[in-house]
Design a binder for this molecule. Structure first.
Ligand code: SF4
Length: 383
């Protein structure tokens, strides 16, 4: 029992009995419930939430904060769901003026930046092109691996995997096997959005259903392919929708243990049909909501080892504060971010390693460079 005025092991003493009882569970290392997590989202006692998340994170990661020298590559913005995902500004019609599809040579040319940088990971996602076959991606992965053998390839969301399975008339498991054989090391967590059928029908009707997204990740985990998981927040979803979404992630993680990282993604409304409809263009999620999404994620997803702040979406400043709110991963260098910037992001399109290390050190943490699989690859001394 924490007495008001006492210093709890979780640091900040919560202001209400309900939060105190949640803090007691967190201190005892107990799993919190759906009701608890909703209360954490709904309270205005931000510091108490952050303090609980910080405790959970410190138990798992101490003062270490991971980052990766990565390069984003987006091979095409052509997407058959461009009218379906009303929250997205990236996917376009095949004949749109700004449509592009990179040849494999163009992908390899873009990846050449890795030759002059200490790149450890290619992060490859894009639209659902109606014609690109599976071989485009397997040839891409093989080609990248041949040219950059020490760079991990983290590629294709569950939505892209399911799309390729439809194009090839095979199972998603077959697609995953082929990609793994070509050299796929890990999968990103995009496409999950919010699992609630009501929310999904509003923001991405007819997109891959929650069960299918989870099935593809279960299959990847079964093959030994680690994946990330995400939650797109800041649009029409409620606190209960967020928690129900995370409940399904926590259940799958209990079953497979294959998720490496949870990444809450802050919705950017510019140039999107949903943003226009809601009159939200030019607006952003607030810092409090960003910190809560990360902190509650850390507390609730007690079985996911890492929580990542996507600085591109929430800014480097919020990301730096988040390192005291349960976050142990500051993303990476990125090099050239396209997707969030088409939706109005005003953050940099990339950072250099020195900037990332500086952000971590200024927050009083220990920077640890990692590869895609969270193997430390040496602490950089870029003072
Ligand atoms: S979110 Fe993905 S699947 Fe949906 S339109 Fe955008 S690029 Fe296409």
């Amino acid at each position: 029992m924490i007495l008001p005025g006492a210093t709890s092991g979780a640091g900040v003493v919560p202001r209400t009995p309900e939060l105190m009882s949640i803090a007691e569970k967190v201190e005892a290392g107990e799993r919190i419930s759906r009701t608890d997590a909703i209360a954490l989202f709904e309270t205005d006692d931000l510091l108490a939430v952050g303090s609980m998340a910080d405790l959970v994170n410190r138990r798992l990661n101490g003062d270490r904060v991971f980052y990766v020298a990565n390069q984003h590559i987006n091979p095409t913005n052509v997407c058959i769901l461009n009218k379906v995902c009303v929250f997205c500004s990236y996917g376009v019609r095949p004949l749109a003026d700004d449509a592009y599809t990179m040849s494999l040579d163009e992908v390899f040319e873009e990846a050449e930046a890795a030759r002059h940088a200490p790149t450890r990971e290619f992060h490859i996602v894009g639209g659902l092109h109606p014609k690109l076959p599976l071989s485009y991606y397997t040839d891409m992965i093989r080609g990248l691996k041949e040219r950059h053998p020490r760079v991990h390839v983290k590629a294709l969301t569950a939505v892209e995997i399911a799309h390729l399975a439809r194009i090839e008339r095979c199972s998603t498991l077959d697609v995953l096997r082929e990609l793994q054989e070509a050299g796929l090391d890990a999968m990103p967590g995009g496409g999950a959005e919010v699992f609630s059928p009501a929310v999904r029908s509003t923001i991405a009707d007819r997109k891959l259903a929650a069960e299918e997204w989870l099935r593809v990740h279960r299959e990847a985990h079964g093959l030994g392919i680690p994946t990330n998981c995400t939650l797109l927040y800041g649009h029409v979803e409620s606190a209960a929708d967020r928690v129900d979404h995370m409940t399904r992630l926590r259940e799958l993680q209990d079953e497979t243990g294959g998720f490496s990282t949870f990444i809450p993604l802050a919705w950017h409304p510019d140039n999107t049909a949903l943003g226009r409809q809601m009159g939200l263009e030019g607006q952003r999620t607030g810092g409090v909501d960003d910190l809560k999404a990360l902190a509650v994620g850390r507390i609730f997803l007690d079985n996911v080892p890492h929580i990542k702040t996507h600085w591109i979406m929430v800014t480097t400043k919020v990301s730096q504060v988040a390192l005291s709110f349960g976050v142990d991963d500051l993303e990476g260098t990125v090099v050239l971010e396209k997707i969030t910037h088409t939706a109005g992001a005003d953050t940099p399109i990339g950072l250099d390693l020195g900037e990332i290390v500086g952000l971590i050190r200024d927050a009083g943490k220990v920077p640890v460079e990692r590869d895609s699989l969270y193997n430390p690859v040496g602490e950089l001394s870029l003072a």
